[in-house]
Each structure stands twice: as C-alpha cells, then as structure tokens.
Design a protein around this ligand. Structure first.
Ligand SMILES: [Zn+2]
Ligand SMILES: [Zn+2]
Length: 778
C-alpha cells in the first residue's frame, strides 16, 4: 500500500473548507490517545488457553481482561463494560474455556458446561469461531438457534459443553424442555450475556425474567452458574447487570486497551430551499450529506465507514458516492446491509483491512458481526440513539499509533440538533443508563405462568421474581391460568404452552404478521400496539431495512399483506389521542408548577396518514383510514402550570395549545438523551385544560403496556431533561419551528398547532421553580 494522507486534522480541515462548508462544522473535539496496560495471566486460566492466546499474538491480557478473568474464576457475577475493540470476549472466554477444559476430565467428558447468550444469531456464530480459536478441540462448542437442524439439536443437548444461543431460544426452546437438558444444566458453571446493553426497555425486562427462570431451573438441578456480562460502556453497568440477572454484580470499567488519538467532529447539514409540513424549512438529509463527505474521503484514499439507519439509506449513500466518484474509484465503495453469510462478512472484513475497499455504507448491523476496527474515518449519518452506540460506532475508527476521524452528521430532528450544538452532552456526559423494568406486571405475569409450567411455583420462588410476583399470583389464579393444587404451590393449568403467549421482543397483544402477498412468505411481525401506525393499509413499511408497501391490514386475522416497493415517499399516520390519570404515584412542586409520575390510560385512534416525499419531506397528500380506537394502560410523567404562571410568561390562551404541543414534541425528542429509548418508544399528549389536573398539562408516556421505565427516567431527571428541551428549541435558527426543533415525524396532528417561541417561554416559567434553578437564585 502506498502511504496515505489521512491525518485527521488535515482531513477535517479539507472537508470543512471546501465549498464554503465552514459553518457546518459546529464543534471539534480532540480525544487523546491511551497507552496499553497489561497484566499477567491470572491463576486459574489454563496453560492451553494461554498458549492459544499467545499463538494469536496476545502475550498478556490487558488489565481489564485480567481483572474480569480473576473475578469470574472466583464465581463473582461480573460485568465487563469497556469500549469497542477492547477484547471483552477474551475476558470471559478465558475463564469459561478453562473451566470447560477442566470439565473434559470428568468421567462423562462433560463435567462443566457454559451457556452463551447474544441478541443476534450472527453474533453467536462469530463467538463460536472465537471460542474455537482459543480452545482445544476437546471443548465442544455448538450453536443452538432456530436454524439448528433437529438431528443436530439432540447432539447439542447430549454432548456440547459450550452452547451458543439467544434469549428467545432459551425462553421458547430450552427452558420449557429442561428435562431434556438435565445433564447440561446440572453441569452449568457459567452463563455469558454478551452485548447486554441491548437488553433494554420491554425486551430487556423480558430477558431479565427469562434469566430468573433459568436460575430457578438450574437450582432444581443443583447448579448455580456464575453470570458474566459484556457491555458497551454505559452508566452504572453494575446496577444494570443486577437488574438484568437479579444478582449483585461487580463492574470492570477501567479500559486497559490502547487507543489512538481521535478527532471527533459534529456536523450540521445546511437548510435547503425545500419546504416541509406547515411550510417549515428542511435541512439536507444526513444521508445525502454523508454521501458527499464519503466521496471526498474516498478521493483522498481514506478508509471510511458510514453508519446509517436503514438498508435503503446504506444503498443510497453508496450509490451517491459511486456516482460522484466515477470509475475506477466507484468500485471501491460498497453497501453493507446486514443479513450476510459468515463467508461474505469475512470477505468484506478482508477487503476493508487490505484497503481494496475504501468506502462502506452500512446499517448498524455491522456493530454486530463484522470486525471493521482500524479505519481512518467513521461517519455517522444521524445520532445512533444512545451515547453507548455512538462510542461503539466511533470506536471503529483508529489504530494504535495513527489518529482517526469521526464525524456525527445531524439529522433533521431536535435531538440531533441539540447534540451538535451542545458537545458537552456527548463529550462531558457519562453514557446513559440502560433502562429496564422487569417488575412491570404486564411483563412478569406471562413469565410466572411459564415458570409454573416449567416447575410448580412455590412461595420461596417469589422473591426471585421480584416484589410484584406475590400480588400477581391471585390474579393469575382468578384468570384460570394457574391453580393451587397443594397449599403454596401453583401449577399451569392450560393445554397450550405457556411460553407461546410471550414474544420477548414484543409488548403484548397478538402481534401482526407481515406477509408478502405474492409469495405468502412471512417476513416478520410488528407489535399489536404499533400495527395501526406502522402497517395500516397504504403505509410504507420499513422492515429490517427493506421497504414495502402495505396492501391491506386485516385486524381480524392480524395480518398485513405487503409487497416490496420503493415509492418516492414515506408515510406518517395521523391520530387522535386522549389520556386520563389512573393513579398518581409521586408529585413534586416546582414553585406553582407541579410535576407528577404515575399510571395513565391512553386512548388512541389512527384516522389517516400523510405521504411525504423522501428527499425533501414535502407533503404529497393525505388519505383517511377507518381503524378502531386502542387503549393502553401505561406509566407517564406529566407537568402542569397555573393560569397565573401563563400570565407571567405572557402566553395568552390562544397561544397555549401551540406552546404546550411544541414543548411536548421537543421533550419527546430529547428524552432519549437521558434514557436508552427511542423517540418511537414513547408518546405524548398536551392539553390546554386537562380534566384530571384542571390545568394546562403535558404528558409523556411509555408506549408499552405497563411501562418500560422511560417515563420514570424522565421524571427522575426532569430538570436536566426539560432544560435540554428548552435549550434545543431556543437554539434552533429556524423562524417558526422545523423538524430540528419542535416538529415531530410521528405527530398525529400534522404538526399543528406549534408555537416555538411560546414553548420556550412556557418551559422557562416551568423551570423557574425547579429545585436546581431555585438554588441558583440570589
Ligand atoms: Zn427549528
Ligand atoms: Zn404532535
């Protein structure tokens, strides 16, 4: 390879000065290099493993790996929460494989077993390869997932000592059939939970209950495995690991791996001539901007990955760059869309490492399954949702000695806008906590049933399942799901399998199946809760990165018939929502204003949808729909101000609906900064005069039955959250509100009315009484 010129500072200067782009660069952060720190191999790591590691070029582990190994060998629940490419796998594989090797000396050759759980199949497949590199052949590692043929499954149950699977398979396949796994479970010494930060919200809460069921079944066979968790860097990983496993955990967070210097730039695409909803100005899309930047980086021979949100965008970015580059450079740019076979992924890795491939546009599927560390530059087209994934993606840039460039390109929404103008929210703020709420009765109830079907439930089990369990049992008995045969012992009474009523990745209600009309092929499912807004007749639906047009949504059979299509527009549902307070858990007073957290009932009806041009956001037309209303009982945070405060803030009653609506939108956009949720996981309602509070009130609620912990986060961090919301609105340079500040892509009301300026005044008067502000006052 000829030497390349990719000094990150020089690259960034070139990008930002060409074509008058200086004002698009909103911030540059310089992150210093970190030296490697190593430690000797701890006691208890077998010489065979050390030898294989050394053959792979790892003479000694980094300090965090050694620390995790040491704790794991003492049977301590440990969570290893360090950066991308910091070798977390070695940290848990070395102790696990050592134990399994010792187990091979047992009479049946399987004196010790271990279970590995990953959120995706691709990741589990990768892990098997890594385990095979480190362990002698005597350790039998095997995949056990939906693709494992039946004849092989029997072999895995009988002989494998390291079983790699996913939580769904543990829930549906392994636990209900535990007697067939008896010898494996009896010898179970370790459970590895990889990428554990991805178990958040409803999915995470389900997984937490599956792990409790696993622990209970293990206890029945006399084993008590040690849990080893690997996580991206998150806030308080020990607390999350505790919530997930139910066991006290020790966190290892001091990263001993080396890192080259990183220049991290924040970038805001320019406003265009195009006009969106309510005549608002529209920015150039982050993907289009990424296409331009990728072109220039490839021209300079810079190895670059662009992270985008969908397969379609990956293709668009790659195509745009190829067009602009022309031959022969165009051949050195590709799109990666996930779902590739292992060999294809390996080929891609090789091409990137060798430099044959210079530019790759990819969905974040790349985060799971392809090793592309050591790049010269990473572009992120849009904030990936959490600081944890931001650092994971940025971490792909940089090799030990050389510097690298990372650029976050803002999308046209309030959170991205806020971030590129508030670098401290990215660089001086710890990553967010992974939020989950396993105690949600809607989630717990079906797992209690599944547990009772696995082994009769006893009083002694209740502490394992948390404080709500005791209260739920009589309810489940009443519903005829569980029966007490002997005092203090509950049985599953139904003929059907208890586990079939729970989809770990769903949120209750029978999910709607997405079926390709021409082939009858089942493409996947969407939650019942989301079906009306995402797969109504006429909707453009994105499924695993591909676009489809919904031909018909049949609610009777819960089927949406779709056809692949690439219309030049996206759709967004219009709806009507009302909310009532069922119970208030906590209220705090902020001066005259009040902030509350509690249970609510949300009634929502989708009444139509808009078609918007993808490239510009321009509204092309509107269609009506005839769908029944849906009721959701969930948790919410809400705040209200008094009429006197409105007078003080100079907000006349006719401006109030627009002010509250704008504040609601922006606050939903900003909540993901404080909780690991997506703006699609939460909803909001703003009411000028709410019957339950008697005051102007803004509600933000969890979009899942029973709640998922997000609204609670908002309540607990309300002052920072609403201050950030206020600042995001105030900072936007648009005149009367735009998608970067107060407009929402999921507004059921066509973004009308919205009053940006009055929203700032409304939030100011609310925050004036907040405890932090009050303390600042003279
Ligand atoms: Zn704006
Ligand atoms: Zn709205």
């Amino acid at each position: 390879m000829p030497p390349r010129h990719h000094q990150p500072e020089a690259l960034l200067a070139a990008l930002s000065t060409s074509r008058g782009r200086a004002d698009r660069l909103t911030h540059t952060e310089h992150l210093a290099a970190r030296q490697a720190r190593c430690a000797p191999w701890p006691d208890g790591i077998r010489p065979e493993i050390v030898a294989s590691a050394q053959a792979l070029g790892i003479d000694e582990p980094w300090t965090h790996q050694a620390e995790a190994m040491k704790l794991a060998r003492t049977g301590q629940t440990v969570v290893l929460a360090t950066g991308t490419a910091s070798g977390k796998s070695l940290g848990y594989l070395a102790p696990v494989l050592s134990e399994l090797l010792e187990g091979t000396e047992a009479r049946n050759g399987r004196g010790a077993t271990a279970l590995y759980l990953a959120p995706t199949k691709a990741l589990a497949a990768d892990q098997r390869r890594r385990a095979a590199e480190l362990a002698p052949k005597r350790v039998r590692a095997a995949l056990y997932d939906g693709d494992t043929p039946p004849e092989e499954r029997e072999w895995v149950r009988q002989y494998a000592s390291y079983v790699l699977t996913n939580p769904d398979m543990l829930h549906r396949g392994i636990l209900p059939a535990h007697p067939r796994w008896a010898s494996f479970l009896k010898a179970l010494k370790y459970v590895v939970i990889d990428e554990c930060h991805s178990y958040r919200g409803v999915f995470g809460s389900h997984v937490a209950q599956v792990l409790r069921r696993l622990r209970r079944v293990c206890a029945r066979y006399g084993s008590s495995p040690t849990f080893l968790l690997a996580s991206a860097t998150t806030a308080d990983p020990a607390a999350t690991a505790h919530r997930l496993t139910g066991l006290p955990a020790v966190a290892v967070t001091e990263d001993g791996s080396p890192r080259g210097p990183l220049v991290f730039a924040l970038w805001e695409p320019p406003l265009t001539e195009n006009v969106g909803e309510q005549g608002a100005p529209v920015r150039r899309t982050a993907t289009a901007e990424a296409g331009y930047l990728l072109t220039e980086l490839v021209e300079r021979g810079t190895r670059t990955v662009v992270f985008v949100r969908s397969r379609r965008s990956a293709e668009l970015v790659a195509l745009q760059a190829q067009d602009q580059l022309g031959r022969p450079l165009a051949d050195r740019v590709a799109a990666y869309r996930g779902g590739y076979l292992a060999e294809e992924r390996r080929a891609l890795e090789r091409d990137l490492h060798s430099g044959r491939l210079l530019g790759l546009a990819s969905t974040s599927a790349l985060e799971l399954g392809v090793d592309v560390s050591g790049l010269d530059a990473v572009l992120m087209a849009g904030y990936p949702g959490t600081r944890a994934s931001l650092w994971q993606q940025a971490g792909r840039a940089g090799r030990e000695a050389q510097g690298a460039l990372a650029v976050l390109i803002a999308r046209d929404d309030p959170l991205d806008t806020y971030l590129v103008h508030h670098p401290e929210a990215l660089f001086a703020t710890p990553v967010e906590a992974t939020v989950l709420d396993p105690d949600n009765p809607h989630i717990l109830a079906p797992h209690l049933c599944a547990a009772a079907a696995e082994l009769p439930l006893t009083e002694a089990d209740l502490t394992l399942f948390g404080p709500s369990a005791g209260k739920l049992l009589p309810v489940l008995e009443q519903r005829g799901l569980l029966r007490q045969r002997t005092e203090g012992s509950w049985y599953w009474t139904r003929r059907e399998r208890a586990v079939d009523s729970v989809d770990l990745r769903g949120s209750g209600g029978s999910p709607v199946q997405i079926v390709e009309a021409s082939t009858g092929r089942l493409l996947g499912t969407v939650d019942a809760a989301a079906a009306h807004t995402t797969v109504h007749t006429g909707a453009v639906h994105l499924h695993q990165g591909r676009t489809y047009l919904v031909q018909d949504l049949d609610l009777e059979t819960s089927v949406a018939l779709v056809e692949p299509a690439a219309p030049p527009y996206s759709t967004s549902a219009r709806d009507i929502t009302s909310i009532s307070v069922l119970a208030t858990d906590t209220t705090v007073e902020w001066g005259e204003a009040r902030l509350s957290f509690g249970s609510v009932e949300v009634v929502n009806q989708v009444v139509g949808y808009l078609r918007k041009r993808i490239s510009t956001g321009e509204v092309l037309g509107e269609s009506k729909l005839d769908l029944p209303p849906r009721t959701l009982r969930t948790r919410a945070v809400w705040w209200s101000v008094t009429e006197d405060q409105l007078l003080d803030a100079n907000i006349p009653f006719d401006q109030l609906p627009g002010a509250a609506h704008a504040a609601e939108h922006a606050s939903i956009g900003l909540l993901p900064l404080f909780a690991t949720c997506d703006r699609w996981d939460i909803g909001g309602v703003s009411v000028p005069l709410h019957p339950d509070t008697g005051l102007p009130t803004v509600f933000v609620y969890d979009g899942h039955s029973g709640g998922a912990g997000f609204a609670e986060r908002g309540f607990l961090g309300a002052e920072q959250w609403l201050t950030a919301t206020r600042d995001a609105i105030a900072a936007c340079e648009c005149e009367r509100g735009c998608p970067s500040c107060v407009q929402s892509p999921k507004c059921g009301n066509g973004n009308d009315p919205l009053d940006k300026e009055a929203a700032v005044r409304l939030l100011d008067i609310l925050l004036a009484g907040a405890p932090g502000r009050a303390a600042d006052r003279p």
